[in-house]
Design a protein around this ligand. Structure first.
Ligand code: GDP
Length: 173
């Protein structure tokens, strides 16, 4: 009987829409192109025997507009902060995102940092330039966030990420 609002944050093209698509529709589409008009998707989950209704808010297009992004975080029960493991810039921007998330509100918001596109490590040509699991894990422990690596493409860890964040946020209430 409780609705959890989860907001997805992170640079453009890290896979926020794909993450939501995988979670809610169990699909991966290469050319998602802004699904205009939809603010959020819903998903119900069973966590520790309780049914939890999730609202997943995408900040698509708001990456450059901090003031709009902030208003999303203000009403969030939890944030999934994505970066792309093949794109260092998106990883370096994680700290900025955390500032923006904290800036919008006085209340504590659980944040899970998510290294997405980890399926691309399977590609030998890319493997060496990819961020390592430890990179993300170390950053997350420095900034006191949860951490997971996912692939919206393969579906790896997508459900697990949401369950862990929801469980954590639930205990924070
Ligand atoms: P957003 O701008 O953060 O919402 O990112 P999108 O969901 O639109 O994804 C950007 C691009 O990355 C698209 O071409 C996706 O198909 C691709 N992408 C997203 N997630 C993954 C993933 O887990 N693995 C791979 N290989 N590609 C992904």
């Amino acid at each position: 009987d409780r609705v959890f609002k989860i907001v997805l944050a992170g640079d453009a093209a890290v896979g926020k829409s794909s993450f939501i698509m995988r979670l809610c529709k169990n699909k991966f589409v290469t050319n998602l192109n802004s699904t205009v008009g939809v603010d959020f998707q819903t998903k119900t989950l069973k966590v520790d025997g309780k049914i939890i209704a999730l609202q997943l808010w995408d900040t698509a297009g708001q990456e450059r507009f901090r003031s709009i992004a902030k208003s999303y975080f203000r009403r969030a029960d939890g944030v999934l902060l994505l970066y792309d493991v093949t794109y260092e810039k998106s990883f370096l921007n994680v700290r900025d995102w955390i500032e923006i998330i904290k800036d919008g509100t006085q209340k504590y918001i659980p944040v899970m940092i998510v290294g997405n596109k980890c399926d691309l490590r399977e590609d030998r040509r890319i493997k060496d330039v990819c961020l390592k699991y430890e990179d993300g894990h170390n950053l997350a422990s420095n900034v006191d966030c949860l951490f997971v690596e996912t692939s919206a493409k393969s579906g790896s860890n997508i459900n697990e990420a949401i369950i862990e964040l929801t469980r954590f946020a639930h205990h924070m209430l």
